[in-house]
Ligand binder design. Structure first.
Ligand code: COA
Length: 416
């Protein structure tokens, strides 16, 4: 008779040979030392399902303190799928989270399945692969834009970095980060502003399967230009290695992270959705360009989603108004030069035809009435027609964004 048993994975070696191997086979490209890092965070996170003593499935539920847990690594070997083993190990992992809120990072085709068991979709993201030489050409003007300094982690106060991570990620995970930042072969870089405060950090780590290159994560940044500058610095370093990676992949959890990946000509390989059960942590999701695997997501409420959509609409409107202002500004310039030209033509006309010089009474009557003289264009007043009765752009009220509550994705001021 067949015997199916679920138990905790107890060693780093087993985590690697069961979980990381299964993830690599699925093409998920786990990091080389992920087992060590995740076990440092929660040694009771990973489960294996064994059929007659042989591992056939796995799942993980990494617990961060007593309020949050992140689920992932949900895989059943191909020959055993569709026989109920998946649901069994999934239930074991969910139960281990106890009363904690749970975040997952699901493939898009699994969205409905997870919705049916209580998860709510939050952000839609995607995985992007970067070919470094191509991406480097897209960074051309970036470094000029952002006046931050890029440092190695040995040059910054680790406590300050942990604090930044906790604020942005929403949950304290020092034990995990202490390993993550120092993984062999990885490149961890931090950006600081003119006051020396941390405004961004990222880590590029080698993948479990060497030929699959590197993975980036997290990429947290106060704004997009800083994220770009940091990425550029890390990509440059990777290229300088003796054997530069053929590909670097980034999972982009949010719309702005996708925008950045597309701008850098990343190749989209698959779509993902961030889902959450119960409440997410109080994170700064607007700074997430790439979280760590299996993050939670903001707010489970419909209100958060509507707020996000409204903010996006307002950002769009704001950009349109700026474009219209630019057009009006250009028209103003044209208007001014036309007036100079017109008055030059009139002066020439008056010199060539002194007899046609209008009497002061004629001038008075033509002014303000817009009347024309001897086929000359109508005289305009000092104010351009499109300016009459309108407020100057500087007086216009800016489009207000909704308050940055509920983890909505708001565009950051320093991108403007
Ligand atoms: C997803 C996966 C783990 C499911 O394992 P499985 O053993 O085949 O699933 P089961 O036999 O236990 O489940 C059977 C049914 O329950 C559904 N199901 C699977 N997991 C479920 C879950 N966590 N909750 C609710 N329903 C679930 C399946 O979709 C399936 O439904 P269907 O018969 O209507 O298609 C397996 O297909 C797999 O390893 N896929 C590749 C890796 C992957 O995509 N993982 C998910 C990443 S988000």
């Amino acid at each position: 008779m067949e015997e199916f048993k679920i138990r905790l994975i107890n060693t780093e070696e087993e985590y690697e040979s069961v979980v990381l191997k299964a993830m690599a086979e699925e093409g998920w490209r786990p990091g080389l030392k992920d087992a060590e890092c995740y076990r440092a965070c929660d040694p009771t996170a990973a489960f294996v399902g064994e059929l007659n003593g042989k591992p056939i499935c796995c799942a993980s539920m990494t617990k961060y303190g007593d309020r949050f847990a992140f689920g992932g690594c949900y895989i059943v070997s191909k020959e055993h799928r569709g026989k109920g083993y998946g649901v069994k190990i999934y239930n074991a992992a969910i139960a281990s989270a106890e009363s904690r809120s749970i975040g997952i990072f699901a493939l898009l085709h699994m969205e409905e399945t997870f919705q049916s068991c209580g998860f709510h979709s939050q952000f839609y993201g995607a995985r992007f692969d970067f070919h470094l030489p191509t991406t480097m050409t897209c960074f051309a003007e970036i470094s000029e834009k952002s006046p931050v300094e890029i440092k190695g982690i040995e040059q910054v106060n680790l406590e300050a970095l942990f604090e930044y991570d906790t604020i942005v990620f929403g949950v304290e995970r020092h034990a995990f980060l202490s390993k993550w930042l120092h993984v062999t072969g990885s490149h961890a870089r931090v950006a600081t502003n003119s006051e020396g405060s941390i405004v961004s950090y990222t880590v590029a780590r080698p993948t479990f399967v060497k030929e699959e290159g590197y993975r980036i994560g997290p990429l947290f940044a106060d704004c997009q230009s800083i994220a770009e500058k940091l990425l550029k610095a890390v990509f440059e370093e990777l290229l300088q290695q003796e054997e530069p990676p053929s590909v670097v992949c980034i999972d982009t959890p949010t719309k702005r992270a996708i925008e950045l990946a597309e701008k850098l000509q990343g190749k989209r390989s698959f779509d993902q959705v961030y889902m959450v059960m119960k409440d997410p942590p109080d994170a700064c999701f607007d700074k997430w360009f790439y979280p760590l695997p299996f993050p939670t997501a903001p707010q489970s409420s419909a209100r958060a989603v509507s707020t996000q959509l409204l903010n996006e609409r307002m950002k769009e409107m704001s950009e349109r108004i700026e474009a219209m202002d630019q057009i009006t500004h250009n028209m103003d310039r044209e208007f001014k030069s036309s007036r100079v030209l017109l008055s030059a033509i009139q002066s020439i006309d008056e010199v060539l035809n002194p007899s046609s010089r209008p009497s002061s009474a004629e001038v008075m009557s033509s002014r303000g009435s817009g009347g024309s003289r001897r086929g000359m264009p109508r005289r305009w007043g000092d104010t351009a027609p499109w300016r009459r009765g309108t407020k100057k752009s500087a007086e216009r009220q800016p489009v207000r964004r909704l308050p940055q509550t509920e983890g909505t994705l708001l565009h950051s001021q320093c991108e403007e």
